[in-house]
Design a protein around this ligand. Structure first.
Ligand code: THU
Length: 137
């Protein structure tokens, strides 16, 4: 799938964000190895801590449905849904990616207009704690 299509789906997902506290809308579109795409948005909480990021919403929906092989994810976000710069996934979401993805998993960080930056998981999460290397899974 072309990155542009995945990015379009991430932007669509951003519209579902539940963000009464930060007003910061985030959307993600996760491409599975079989071509299925799972969309996710951030879902905030009055207690703040239980907030779920868009990327994890997409991953958890996919894993619940039985998917374990992933190719790439597009992520976008901005205050009130206005995208002003490339969106880097938070550290917790990077670790969730590590659970299910190899070094070559690609993250498309969506910027303003039609721009985006592509990085591999190895690039954005070097020297990481991994299920294979550290847990023998
Ligand atoms: N957020 C995400 O959805 N993904 C990230 O990778 C970083 C942050 C959300 C959480 C919160 O609802 C809002 O952005 C502001 O932190």
């Amino acid at each position: 799938m072309a990155p542009e299509k995945l990015i379009e789906l991430a932007k669509e997902a951003m519209l579902r964000a539940y963000v009464p506290y930060s007003g910061y809308k985030v959307g993600a579109a996760l491409l599975c190895a079989d071509g299925t795409v799972y969309q996710g948005c951030n879902i905030e909480n009055a207690a703040y801590g239980p907030t779920n990021c868009a990327e994890r919403t997409a991953f958890f929906r996919a894993v619940y449905d039985g998917h374990r092989d992933f190719v790439s994810i597009a992520v976008c976000g901005g205050k009130d849904g206005v995208i002003t710069g490339a969106f880097p996934p938070c550290g917790v979401c990077r670790q969730v990616m590590r659970e299910f993805c190899g070094d070559d998993f690609v993250i498309y960080m969506v910027g303003a207009g039609n721009s985006y930056e592509a990085r591999t998981l190895a690039e954005i999460l070097p020297f990481s704690f991994s299920p294979a290397e550290h847990m023998g899974i």
